[in-house]
Design a protein around this ligand. Structure first.
Ligand SMILES: *Cc1c(COP(=O)(O)O)cnc(C)c1O
Length: 406
């Protein structure tokens, strides 16, 4: 077992992914839902007792505010799906507008603990943006390796945050391999997903928030217990988000703070379905695919955290399903019009999956469902614009306006 003092990433023997193991007995002795609920910090740092890093100082600015996103019921969407009880956890509101901020905040805190001043990551976009933003907040340097094809808004965010953005010829897998080697040889701390176990530690905080917020929303006694939903819908590329959220629920269950782990439902694009394929074939052996989808954030040839992603579903009596690019595109305006949430294609996929699951009976009408919104629609405006028509242009008269509104 590795200690926390060294920058260990993967198993020295087999190179498999590592898990940070929570000392459940110690946490249970010292803390309870009520004591955490009494905390005044609304960010993910309110769960510091369950995190393996020191809380970064207030001087790390935005980094200290990550988390605390709203969980709210979406009754019109629920009705549209034929369900009773659907909630959105809206992580598009995080500082750099994606779920990846949770991971990057904890990884940067880890870098501060270890004394690194430079970090590196490979990314299809959002993970790099989140690291660039969190590194900027903490005054550290970030080197981001991105495939040449990343959407312009993400490239803009990377450049604006002052990251050393390097566009790598080839696909994400090439950038990933380079990030591991560069971290070793150039003395940088590596964030790359599926390599650094601390990304899961950040991502698990979404489960803590969902359970605490759901308990608070439903009223009753929240000093002893929080509340798990029946199922959680997550869009999946590498498998790190669904794996991290599942880890969070498992820890709460081990602590006795929730009564059961929710079913984790992973949604992949038909053209990028490596984990779905393994789930459907009932095997742990995840075979690479040649990924093509309109949802860039969930395109993965070989999922970097595939086993965690797969086990999230298999261990929770959950499931995987796929949606087509057409279904993803249709889901963007539909989700927005039913809820007021403008999501990027990758998380509109989770909604498309929920719709499918409700229609096929994979979720039952009475189940309490949480839909995780992982990234803002402003990240990929070009794709969103493919789903809507052009706006009319009129002279500034009521007559023309009346006609345009017919
Ligand atoms: C990264 C990302 C995902 C998928 O997460 P994985 O850990 O790769 O499975 C989904 N949605 C958005 C917006 C993302 O940035």
């Amino acid at each position: 077992m590795a200690g926390l003092a060294e920058p260990v990433y993967v198993c020295p023997q087999c190179c498999g992914n590592l898990d940070v193991v929570l000392d459940v007995e110690q946490v249970r002795r010292l803390h309870a839902p009520g004591s955490i609920g009494a905390g005044t910090d609304a960010s993910l740092w309110r769960y510091a007792a369950l995190l393996p890093v020191k809380v970064p100082p207030a001087t790390t600015a935005t980094l200290r505010t990550v988390g605390g996103t709203p969980l709210f019921p979406v009754s019109r969407l629920a009705q549209h799906c034929g369900l009773r009880d659907v909630w959105i956890k809206d992580d598009s509101r995080l500082p750099t507008a994606s779920f990846k901020d949770r991971a990057s905040a904890v990884v940067v805190a880890r870098a501060l603990d270890l004394g690194y001043t430079r970090l590196i990551t490979a990314s299809t976009g959002n993970a790099g943006v989140a690291l660039a933003g969190m590194a900027a907040a903490a005054g550290l340097e970030a080197v981001i390796l991105v495939p040449e094809s990343a959407p312009p808004a993400k490239i803009a965010q990377l450049l604006i945050f002052g990251a050393r953005l390097i566009l790598v010829k080839g696909n994400y897998d090439a950038a990933f391999k380079l990030s591991l080697q560069a971290a070793r040889e150039l003395g940088m701390y590596c964030r790359s997903t599926g390599y650094n176990p601390f990304t899961l530690e950040g991502k698990k905080t979404a489960a803590f928030e969902i359970a605490e917020q759901l308990a608070a929303s439903l009223g009753g006694e929240v000093r002893e217990m929080w509340t798990a939903p029946d199922c959680v819908f997550v869009s999946v590329g590498d498998g790190n988000i669904i794996g991290g959220v599942h880890k969070g629920f498992k820890e709460l269950h081990a602590l006795g703070w929730i009564s059961r782990v929710p079913r984790m439902i992973g949604v992949q694009a038909v053209g990028s379905a490596a984990i779905y394929n393994a789930f459907a074939a009932r095997t742990d052996a995840i075979a690479p695919v040649d990924a093509h989808t309109v949802a860039d954030s969930i395109a993965a040839d070989f999922p970097a955290d595939g086993l965690h992603g797969l086990q999230a579903a298999t261990q929770s009596a959950g499931a995987y399903l796929t949606v087509t690019d057409d279904e993803i595109l249709a889901a963007i305006p539909e989700l927005a019009r039913l809820t007021g949430v403008f999501a990027e294609p990758s998380c509109a996929a989770a909604y498309a999956g929920l719709l499918k699951a409700a229609r096929s009976g994979l979720v039952a009408a009475h189940e309490r469902v949480v839909l995780l919104i992982t990234g803002s629609g402003l990240k990929d405006v070009a794709t969103a614009m493919r789903t809507v028509g052009a706006a009319p242009v009129i002279a500034p008269t009521v007559a023309e306006l009346r006609q345009a509104l017919v």
